[in-house]
Design a protein around this ligand. Structure first.
Ligand SMILES: Cc1ncc(COP(=O)(O)O)c(C=O)c1O
Length: 397
């Protein structure tokens, strides 16, 4: 490369890219890959439970039987076999769905980006739960949205506060993870979902219902999707993912949306990656036949791990701490006494070879710095117990 003697300064990054810098938490957590680390920070499915044989068999079958299709470009909307298989599953869970209602996405994270492209103009208002899934905050921030938190309690968004914010702020969409939320693990009861759907219908806004964890239920009763409550049907975009039930490395998700919005998302997807890898889609379509059996095994193991973490917490966290008992999912959310700042304490925890995610980055505004998120599925009960002992030491240190 030739360099001129007085090079002109390069044009700056786009304003949206300049606003999303690195964070000190990311830098500290970068060391969590060390083998001696007990990592409660990542949202990683337990690797030893990946169904290597079953997934390999699905890929082998697809590559032996239809290589010319599996290795070829596909349509942006997704492979018909996968869309049909998913539509049947969603339908069987109480939400009438045709294959045509679905767009296959490269992970549900891509669905969030596509929705932002299709719906958000800079300056538009987006309402989120408080706290909220971190990477959704990033997507909406990158799109230039004004992101406002809706006050929440143990059952999720507070309907009265939601109504008030809708009236005052005229948001375009409300983003929710109603089942086993990331980061809190909490689930919105049916009455809350009904109230949210009614409010959205009355005031005219989109609901994005992100549900990567719903199939990981360890006890209690399934709550119907918000998309199925009166008022929610024509304005709720439902997102699903294979990441937590099959394997995140496949990067497979889906989006169920009304036709006009789905078409706009398909155009955005065409611009982003043309389509999701064909071979992964066809293998996943085959794997759907055995998915329920696999999920049942995963549920049993994860349920034991949740219980192991719940059993260890009283001795690990300082007196005055509080946490909930999630009925499913991957995360436990804890609040320490007010004097504890979990962002400041993370370095010490990592020095003790244990990691968590401080609560702060999950808040769109006014972070509660005494909170933290612990993932309970990645380690064995023995490792969880040891990790909690290390955490206790680091908090007492
Ligand atoms: C609430 C939520 N939405 C979306 C995603 C992204 O998942 P995927 O791997 O399907 O892109 C995650 C991943 O942790 C998540 O917790």
């Amino acid at each position: 490369m030739t360099v001129t003697s007085s090079p002109a300064a390069l044009p700056p990054l786009a304003a949206r890219a300049r606003t999303v810098g690195g964070s000190p938490v990311r830098e500290i957590l970068a060391v969590t890959a060390r083998p001696e680390m007990i990592n409660f920070a990542g949202g990683l499915p337990a690797p030893e439970l990946f169904d290597r044989e079953g997934i390999a068999a699905a890929f082998r079958a697809v590559l032996e039987e239809a290589p010319e299709r599996a290795l070829q470009y596909s349509t942006t909307e997704g492979e018909p076999a996968l869309r049909q298989g998913l539509a049947a599953r969603i339908h069987a869970q109480g939400l009438p769905t045709d294959a045509d209602d679905l767009l296959i996405t490269t992970g549900s994270q891509q669905a969030l980006s596509l929705l932002a492209s299709a719906l958000i103009d800079p300056g538009d208002t987006v309402l989120v739960e408080s706290p909220c899934y971190l990477a959704a905050l990033q997507v909406f921030g990158l799109a230039g949205a004004r992101v406002l938190p809706v006050p929440c309690d143990a059952d999720g968004v507070d309907p009265a506060a939601l109504q008030e914010l809708i009236r005052a702020e005229r948001p375009k969409l409300l983003y929710l993870v109603p089942t086993f939320q990331n980061p809190t693990g909490r689930t919105m009861p049916a009455a809350r979902r009904a109230a949210v759907a009614t409010a959205a219908a009355r005031h005219g806004l989109w609901i994005v219902e992100d549900d990567p964890y719903g199939e990981l239920r360890y006890d209690g009763e399934r709550v119907p999707w918000t998309a199925s409550f009166p008022g929610g049907e024509d304005r709720t975009v439902l997102l699903g993912s294979f990441s937590k039930v099959m394997a995140p490395g496949l990067r497979l998700g889906w989006l169920r949306a009304p036709a006009a919005l789905r078409r706009a998302c398909a155009v955005a997807k065409q611009a982003a990656d043309l389509h999701t890898p064909t071979v992964n889609q066809l293998a996943a379509a085959r794997y759907l036949d055995v998915l329920d059996g696999h999920v049942a095994k995963v549920r049993t193991v994860y349920g034991e791990r949740r219980d192991a973490m719940l059993a260890g917490l009283p001795d690990a966290l300082p007196a005055g701490s509080a946490w909930d008992r999630p009925e499913g999912g991957m995360f436990l959310w804890a609040r320490l006494p007010e004097s504890y700042d979990t962002t400041a304490l993370l370095r010490r925890a990592v020095d003790h070879d244990v990691a968590y995610v401080p609560g702060e980055p999950f808040y769109a505004a006014d972070p509660d710095r005494s909170t933290l998120r612990l993932c309970f599925v990645t380690q064995t009960p023995q490792e969880i117990a040891e990790g909690l002992r290390r955490l206790a030491k680091s908090l007492n240190g």
